[in-house]
Design a protein around this ligand. Structure first.
Ligand code: YRZ
Length: 326
């Protein structure tokens, strides 16, 4: 069960010494989120640049750290947790998470910089595939992230072939590990809620919905659901979300494949039970065609380059031979 007891002690060693013994912390904030700031810091011994998140100690804070550290192991698409410290500042107990520094910043800013020319389907698919891999890794560990958004998707560097990684596990939740005692004679089914019978599967389904919104934005540059005017959510916008009322305006969506649109439609399905799962996305024709023919294309491209290099080499060797003959 996920009672508080599970999160009072860390299942891994944390550092109790003062973090400034090992890291030089710069006042420069890399980013600001609702549950904490992220500062730049540098490992004194190795000089490695890192990111530091300081959160007030609490059961929720411990849950975030435990799930983030567990999730990042064996997954290159989740921001790596390098160190965890338990320190006290002015008698306030704090948890400090040292992470790899994602120098490319938030995907959110990258999308904004592109303002009116959104990604090509291929570029978008490159990012979406990395997000899908991260979410697949989480869902296979029975973890739901529950806060998927471009602000929590970070890039390793400023280049176009940067790797996209998922961070910020402040809302993450581990599903029920043990099966419910549905079969136990002591279990009275009269009072059990439907979501319990779904084994919290709808938690994971909300990640799929969020991915659908992110995929939509990557392909056209604006969100499927928005409120006229300001950023605050309006009741009209809420109703559009509840009824799955969105469009694919022709101007931006005319040249986008029907596979991409149908994949988005399966992700933006209002009923969580009908919504496509992460396995459904991994085996979707849009992703498989794109990644497979991309692989083929990559090989073909390399073949062409190799052939051109060979021809150039032969040509220059022939010139040399002719000069020698002359
Ligand atoms: C690791 C973690 C991290 N978090 C960051 N920013 C956080 C701020 C809160 C919302 N999610 C993203 C930034 C980073 N990094 N690097 N580099 C630039 C900005």
């Amino acid at each position: 069960s996920t009672t508080s007891a599970d999160y009072t002690s860390f299942p891994f060693a944390t550092n109790r010494n003062n973090i400034t013994d090992d890291y030089e912390i710069s006042p420069e904030a890399l980013g600001v989120g609702i549950n904490g700031k992220v500062l730049k810091c540098k490992h004194r011994r190795t000089g490695q640049k890192c990111a530091l998140k300081i959160i007030k100690d609490s059961i929720k804070a411990r849950q975030e750290v435990i799930l983030h550290k567990k999730a990042c192991e064996n997954c290159q698409y989740i921001v790596q947790v390098l160190d965890v410290y338990e320190n006290k500042f002015r008698s306030q107990r704090c948890i400090l998470i040292v992470m790899e520094c994602m120098e490319g910043g938030e995907l959110f800013n990258r999308i904004q910089q592109r303002n009116d020319n959104p990604y090509t389907e291929r570029d978008a698919a490159r990012y979406i595939l990395m997000i899908v891999q991260a979410v697949n890794h989480l869902h296979k560990m029975d973890i739901a992230h529950r806060d998927l958004k471009p602000e929590n998707l970070l890039l390793t560097n400023q280049s176009n072939d940067a790797i996209l990684k998922l961070g910020d596990f402040g809302f993450a939740k581990e599903g029920h590990n043990e099966p419910l005692p549905l079969t136990s004679p002591l279990f009275t089914p009269y009072y059990v809620a439907p979501e319990i019978l779904y084994h919290n599967r709808y938690d994971k389904a909300c990640d799929i919905w969020s991915m659908g919104v992110i995929m939509y934005i990557l392909l056209c540059g604006y969100p499927p659901f928005f409120s006229e005017g300001g950023h605050t959510i309006s009741s009209r916008m809420k109703n559009k979300i509840k009824t799955g009322d969105y469009q694919f305006p022709d101007a931006e969506w005319r040249n986008i494949s029907s596979e991409a649109k149908s994949t988005i439609q399966r992700m933006l399905t209002v009923d969580p039970v009908q919504r496509i799962t992460i396995d459904g996305i991994l085996t979707s024709s849009w992703l498989t065609e794109l990644t497979s023919d991309r692989a083929i294309n990559m090989n073909a491209l390399q073949d062409v380059e190799t052939r051109q290099q060979l021809e150039a080499a032969v040509a220059s060797a022939t010139d040399d031979q002719r000069r020698i003959d002359d």
